[in-house]
Design a protein around this ligand. Structure first.
Ligand code: ZN
Length: 129
């Protein structure tokens, strides 16, 4: 399984595709900024029929992935705004909250996609369970 390329694990995570077949969509609505449907996911993959929730409350674990992404975004924003940009404390805090508001919906979906890809390897569940 290549790390990069159209069929790679990384591309499947970024494009929110099924961890088993890398073809089915993880979310009904591809746009994460339609906030009323941000967490709407099909019960099963439309291509390979793998369950997207293998156990109850499966995606609580994605909170830890979300935390890691948020810390990375905060560190990057801080470096850009404060260290390189030379902004003051309040301007930097404004940039941090702005980046969180702007990227929050994408972080939520990316963390769910990353988590399910970490737990379920490619091609592991062809039986639909
Ligand atoms: Zn699938």
């Amino acid at each position: 399984m290549p790390l990069f390329g159209k069929k790679s694990k990384l591309a499947a995570i970024v494009h929110c595709k099924c961890p088993n077949c890398h073809e089915g969509d993880l979310f009904h609505d591809p746009n994460p900024y339609h906030l009323s449907r941000i967490t709407d996911m099909p019960k099963r993959c439309p291509k390979c029929n793998m369950s997207y929730e293998p156990e109850p409350n499966f995606f609580y674990g994605a909170m830890y992935v979300s935390y890691a992404y948020t810390v990375a975004i905060f560190v990057a924003t801080y470096i850009i705004a404060s260290v390189w940009g030379g902004l003051g404390m309040w301007e930097t805090i404004g940039c941090l909250f702005g980046s969180l508001l702007l990227l929050g919906p994408m972080v939520l979906r990316l963390s769910r996609s990353t988590y399910i890809h970490l737990v379920i390897p490619f091609g592991s569940r062809g039986d639909g369970k």
